[in-house]
Design a protein around this ligand. Structure first.
Ligand SMILES: [Zn+2]
Ligand SMILES: [Zn+2]
Length: 345
């Protein structure tokens, strides 16, 4: 092992990331050192690098929370991971284990949580530290580049679908068939849900049908008749909806497509607020629910669906050196599916 590694570093908000030579960190008690082979690039990494959110990371830092690789060293007291294992990092880098949310199976809401690539250096480096209690374990049977998008995009939509409370055989609407949405369609089908999608791009609708959506509507074509059309084909409306789109119209569209008692689950993070039609929310008993990534257990389940060959993310591989071009493409909405960076070449 060499003493230094390459990493993409945010030196100040809004500036291009710098590829720097950093010292390879040493795992402390409870930590493991992972040689990162691949890392997905998430919109959150872009928001982190721009300092867009109210609670900001502190530059300099290394973004990235979809990293997958091999454990090369473990710190004192680590039993859950061993050298040679495959593992990754995640947005939920760690949680305290002792607060009311940790104690009730909702560790993603822990106020003392640490975040991968945000409050802790992440996977845009050739090596990274993880909390061995929280690092996702990856079976050796999978393709490490392909599994990377599961570690944030996959677990996010999987948990979002779970909390939509749609049961097998019931209808779910997936709004937006982009990086998150095309994976969501596959999870929903694998979970036994019947899928309707909405996008504004016919190519995305074809992709949704390929992955098992029974109906794929173009919101730009259907216009104001969209909700009625969805209600017609689903016999009264969808039981739940997952909004991954960051388009301002997606939220009211999803609410309008629900059947009575339905739930809209939000996982996208658009900058705007949305008006809520209180009358129909009350009259039809609708629920709006936010969902943030997933717990360790959700992650294990999400990876298991992938390992069984049920989820095939669309992705392209690019080298770490192109990180700023990848961000530019993300801003210009030019990315199809996910970009996964090759950290070692
Ligand atoms: Zn993410
Ligand atoms: Zn906690």
């Amino acid at each position: 092992m060499t003493d230094t590694m390459k990493a993409a570093v945010v030196t100040r908000f809004g500036a291009p990331l710098e590829i720097q030579e950093l010292e390879i960190p040493t795992p402390g008690p409870g930590e493991a050192l992972i040689k990162t082979l691949y890392s997905g690039v998430c919109h959150t990494d872009l928001h982190a690098a721009h300092g867009d959110w109210p609670v900001k990371p502190t530059p300099p830092f290394v973004p990235g929370h979809e990293g997958a690789g091999e454990v090369v060293a473990v710190g004192e007291g680590v039993t859950r991971l061993a050298v040679g294992d495959w593992a990754g990092n995640a947005w939920l880098w760690s949680a305290c284990g002792a607060c009311e949310w940790c104690e009730t199976g909702r560790e993603t809401l822990c106020p003392k949580a640490q975040y991968g690539g945000y409050t802790k250096n992440g996977s845009f480096g050739q090596y990274m530290l993880v909390d061995a209690r929280f690092a996702p374990r990856i079976p050796k049977s999978v393709d490490l580049a392909a599994v990377a998008p599961i570690l944030c995009a996959g677990v996010t939509v999987y948990k979002g679908l779970k909390v939509s409370e749609v049961k097998p055989g019931q209808w779910v609407l997936i709004s937006g068939v982009g990086g998150l949405g095309h994976i969501a369609v596959q999870y929903a089908v694998a979970m036994g849900m019947r899928v309707v999608t909405v996008d504004v791009d016919d190519a995305k609708s074809r992709l949704a049908r390929k992955h098992g959506a029974e109906y794929a509507f173009n919101a730009a074509v259907e216009g104001n008749g969209l909700a009625a059309k969805i209600k017609e084909v689903t016999g009264g409306g969808v039981h739940g909806a997952l909004v991954t789109a960051v388009n301002g119209k997606a939220f009211p569209q999803a609410m309008g497509a629900l059947r009575s008692g339905g739930t809209v689950s939000l996982v996208g993070l658009p900058p705007e607020a949305f008006p809520l039609d209180i009358f129909s929310t009350v009259l039809f008993g609708l629920t709006v629910r936010g969902s943030l990534v997933g717990t360790r257990k959700d992650m294990e389940e999400a990876i298991d669906f992938f390992a069984r060959g049920l989820i095939k993310p669309t992705y392209t591989v690019q080298p770490l050196a192109e990180v700023n071009d990848i961000f530019d493409d993300m801003i210009a909405a030019k990315i199809d599916g996910r970009v996964v960076m090759d950290l070692q070449h």
